[in-house]
Design a binder for this molecule. Structure first.
Ligand code: ATP
Ligand code: MG
Length: 572
């Protein structure tokens, strides 16, 4: 393409509403423009990148045996009522009415539609395993749309759904999809980690998020250098610490601690470190009041609490509810003297500790010299949110803490939707059995944004070759006819050889062209200037390594040289 004919509205200024670098650069380099909060125009360059990501995803889905189809964006409420999600799904679901008053939504995901399709069309065990996928626009009315394409409201997702006759088959399909995801993100040139993720009510450990490592990521994860285990901090298994030897502390005593509402207040008031204060939080877990305890410098994690109690639902109680249940305000809750219907669960790190401080279940009072295990009993469990330095639950090595961008998610669904919606087939013995499902998502725009988070410098984007909008940009430095004619010949030769070329033939100063080229981030840059023309050579540079000397390429060898470089950078 000729630069002058393309819509590439670059900006020198950073957009005021952009916080992360991918958002800033996508706007500045003319890849996207905002239409409304979390809703974007994908401009020609941006669309080329998204199409590249899509194509990689498509090829790998096909290779994994999944079939592409396209389901509607607008979905009838009836299907969502069948699955129970019309009621459950919160405000993220954009609901609307048609002219006859019928209820619809704009699909945030397609389990209902695809399960209904398979229920109606697939009847025999001979027709499975079956995996279907689409690449399509989703809508989720996110509370906080931000970071450009990273968390939009309207965004493009690849969503795949698998249907198997039994668990074992579904596990094989899951593994195949997992492998496909590894290939996809490798091919996109990303540094990523698959991490174990929460499976919610479904249980088991068959849910993995594919996290691109980046400091700006919204997700906190821990990784283990010892055994390779990686998980979201919400569920990373932490090794139970050896109970510290119990010091012979005296009987606990009640002390006045006025207005000490937080762990920090208490620790300052009594002059003890937060780790010596017991944090006590009241939850309602499957209708049972539960006080969850951890050290003051740790956090109780709801996901782990649910797992520890094998529960489906856990809810933090509001201050007023705490007051009415315990007759004490939230800041003064402790494990001693609780109503008998209240269960106590404590994080492993509290095991055997003495000389501790805890709430007295009485306004403005705490207990001191508390010994865990002596002054109160509790069920011990892995309850706390993992941090860097915690011991890996698999091998004991200290975790490293990382931040990640979740670009993909593979999830074992089991029979949740097939049972609710009656997606059954006849098995070999002629019995009706519900299909065992999996679902697998990839954010196309988020993947492109994540690639920028990992590949940029102060001047702009450095696209990995496989998802770059063009493979090479050709800058003509000068406007005389001979130079433009020679450039055009190079441009046509490269294009004819199947290379993707953006030819900057604008009537602009070299400085402007170099600046824009750096910003746009096309991986290879060819320049032809007056002196080069006299000597019959082009200069070739790599956007990923601008400090390296340019290669001099004879005009007649541009196709060969660029093709070789592109192949190398595609990892072909
Ligand atoms: P998150 O926790 O970030 O909200 P999610 O768990 O809701 O993600 P899934 O329902 O698993 O996401 O969706 C599959 C994929 O779709 C995600 O891995 C992500 O890449 C992408 N995705 C989800 N929400 C958005 C969004 N608001 N904007 C862009 N991409 C998104
Ligand atoms: Mg979400």
């Amino acid at each position: 393409m000729r630069y002058s004919e393309m819509l590439i509205p670059t900006l020198r200024q950073e957009p005021a509403d952009a916080q992360v670098v991918s958002h800033k650069l996508m706007v500045r380099a003319g890849y996207i423009r905002k239409v409304a909060a979390g809703i974007y125009n994908y401009l020609p360059l941006g669309w080329r990148v998204l199409r590249k990501v899509e194509q990689i995803v498509r090829e790998e889905m096909n290779r994994a045996g999944a079939q592409e189809l396209l389901m509607p964006a607008v979905q009838p409420a009836e299907l969502w009522t069948e699955s129970g999600r019309w009621q459950q799904y919160g405000a993220e679901l954009l609901r609307l009415k048609d002219r006859k008053g019928g209820d619809f939504c704009i699909g945030p995901t397609h389990e209902e539609v695809v399960t209904a399709l398979v229920r109606d069309e697939v009847k025999s065990y001979r027709q499975v395993p079956l995996s279907l996928y689409q690449i399509q626009t989703k809508f989720r009315d996110e509370i906080r749309p931000r970071f450009g394409l990273m968390r939009g409201r309207e965004f493009i997702m690849k969503d795949a759904y698998s249907f198997d006759l039994d668990e074992a088959g579904a596990q094989l399909t899951y593994d195949k999809m997992y492998a496909a995801y590894e290939r996809i993100f490798n091919r996109c040139g990303l540094a990523f980690r698959p991490v174990e993720a929460d499976t919610g009510a479904i249980g088991g450990n068959r849910s993995h998020e594919f996290q691109v490592l980046a400091d700006t990521g919204e997700d906190a994860i821990v990784t283990c250098g010892g055994c390779g285990y990686a998980a979201n901090v919400e569920l990373a298994e932490i090794q139970a610490s050896e109970g510290a030897p119990m010091a012979a502390s005296g009987p606990h005593e009640k002390v006045l601690t006025p207005d000490t509402k937080t762990i920090e207040d208490v620790s300052n008031f009594l002059g003890v470190p937060p780790s010596q204060v017991i944090k006590a939080v009241l939850f309602l877990v499957d209708d049972q009041p539960v006080v969850a305890l951890c050290r003051g410098d740790h956090d109780v994690n709801e996901v782990k609490l649910k797992r520890a109690l094998n529960a489906t639902d856990a809810r933090l109680l509001e201050d007023a509810e705490v007051q009415s249940h315990l007759k004490a305000p939230a800041g003064f809750v402790g494990p001693i003297g609780l109503p008998t219907d209240t269960k106590i669960v404590a994080d492993h790190a509290l095991s055997g500790l003495s000389e501790m401080v805890c709430g007295a279940n009485e306004t403005d009072h705490h207990l001191v010299q508390v010994t865990v295990g002596k002054d109160f009993d509790a069920q011990f469990a892995d309850l706390r949110t993992a941090q860097g330095g915690d011991a890996c639950g698999r091998c004991g090595t200290a975790f490293e803490s990382r931040r990640g961008i979740e670009v993909g998610h593979v999830f074992f669904l089991g029979e949740k939707y097939s049972r609710a919606m009656g997606a059954e087939v006849l098995d070999e013995s002629g019995k009706n059995v519900p299909l065992v499902m999996g679902c697998y998502g990839i954010g196309i725009g988020r993947t492109a944004a994540a690639a920028i988070e990992q590949n940029h410098d102060d001047s702009g984007i450095k696209w990995p070759m496989p998802i770059a909008p063009f493979q090479v940009t050709l800058l003509s430095l000068g406007k005389d006819d001979a130079l433009l004619e020679a450039s055009q010949k190079v441009y046509e030769d490269l294009t004819a050889a199947g290379l993707e070329v953006l030819w900057d033939e604008r009537n602009e100063r070299p400085g402007v062209k170099f600046k824009d080229a750096d910003l746009l981030g096309i991986p290879l840059r060819l320049t032809l200037g007056k002196r080069g023309l006299e000597n019959g050579v082009l200069e070739l540079k790599n956007r990923h390594d601008l400090d390296a000397d340019a290669l001099s390429i004879p005009l007649g060898e541009a196709v060969e040289a660029v093709t070789a470089k592109v192949q190398e950078m595609l990892g072909a």
